[in-house]
Structures are given as C-alpha cells and as structure tokens.
Design a binder for this molecule. Structure first.
Ligand SMILES: [Zn+2]
Length: 173
C-alpha cells in the first residue's frame, strides 16, 4: 500500500471528466487500496481517483465517524446517481484538494447510487445524511466538478487565490 500525493486545486485534472472503468484489473485493485490508505491518512471521508491524478471513475469513502461503529471502507466504480430525494439538506463541505476551506452546500438529502464493486458486481444502495453528501461530492469529482463550484463566484475566487498561494508556499519548501 502506498499513500499517493493528493492534487491541490487549481489543477486541470480536477476540472476534467474521468473515464469509465472497463474491468477490474490488479492495477485497479491497487489503486483502490492506495486510495483508501490515502483517504484514511489525510484524514478524510471520501476520495476520487482524479484527486490522485488518475482519470478513472473510481471513488472511495467511509463516513463512519464514531469509534464505536466499525469502519466501512467502500470502493465504488462507475458510480451513478439513479434517484434523488426532493428534500434537500445542507452540510458544511470540505475537500482534500482544497485544504482547510469549508462552505455550506445544499444537495438532495437522499440519493440512490448504482456502481460496480471490486468483484465486478453491480450494487445499488440508498444513502442518507453524511453518506449522501459524501457520495454526491465524490461523484461530482468524477465529472470535474468541485464543491466550490456551488458557491458564489467571489467566494470561489477567494478560495482559489488562497489555494494558489498555498501551492506556491508548498513548492518553495
Ligand atoms: Zn473533494
């Protein structure tokens, strides 16, 4: 297992739609393992392949937050929202590619998602609460969309400038 470097916004790879996964190969399994490792290490609750520079429709998540509940590492290949609730909910979102910036984003409160698992089997599940927000946030990444794209332009530009500054600082050290 390897912790992979996470791309920081702005980066053209974070703005591009990713390609569908055709089949589960050893290379893909390795990617999924590395992505989970990278996500837990960050720490974060979700990560999409473009965030580690791989332009494939792969995402991982685990929204279990309390220590009493066992971890639930999930790997979703080619995830698709097949249903969304009319009811909306607002969560303060963040992103491993936009460190230390948070903003309220309104999304459907529940979604049904279909995906392929690492055995190549199609799965469907309805997500609610934090899981619903997280899965929609990660699927957005696969379309080249970031949570700051939901914000007003001025706020988005402010955050982008902060990230440019952060990247310059990191490049220097
Ligand atoms: Zn993100």
């Amino acid at each position: 297992m390897t912790i992979r470097p996470i791309l920081i916004h702005p980066d053209p790879r974070l703005k591009k739609p990713a390609d569908p996964v055709a089949e589960v190969t050893p290379v893909l399994r390795q990617l999924a393992t590395d992505m989970l490792e990278t996500m837990y290490d960050a720490p974060g609750i979700g990560l999409a392949a473009p965030q580690v520079g791989v332009m494939l429709r792969v995402m991982v998540m685990d929204c279990v937050k309390d220590d009493a509940t066992p971890a639930r590492p999930m790997v979703l290949l080619n995830p698709e929202v097949t249903w969304e609730s009319d009811e909306l909910s607002t969560y303060e979102e963040g992103c491993l590619s936009i460190p230390e910036q948070y903003a309220d984003v309104e999304r459907p409160a529940q979604v049904e998602v279909r995906w392929m698992d690492l055995d190549g089997v199609t799965q469907t599940e309805r997500f609610a609460g934090l899981w619903a927000t997280c899965v929609q946030h990660e699927i957005d990444h696969l379309e080249g969309k970031l949570f700051i794209d939901y914000l007003k332009p001025l706020r988005r530009q402010m955050i982008t400038r902060k990230m440019q500054k952060l990247k310059r600082e990191r490049a220097r050290t």
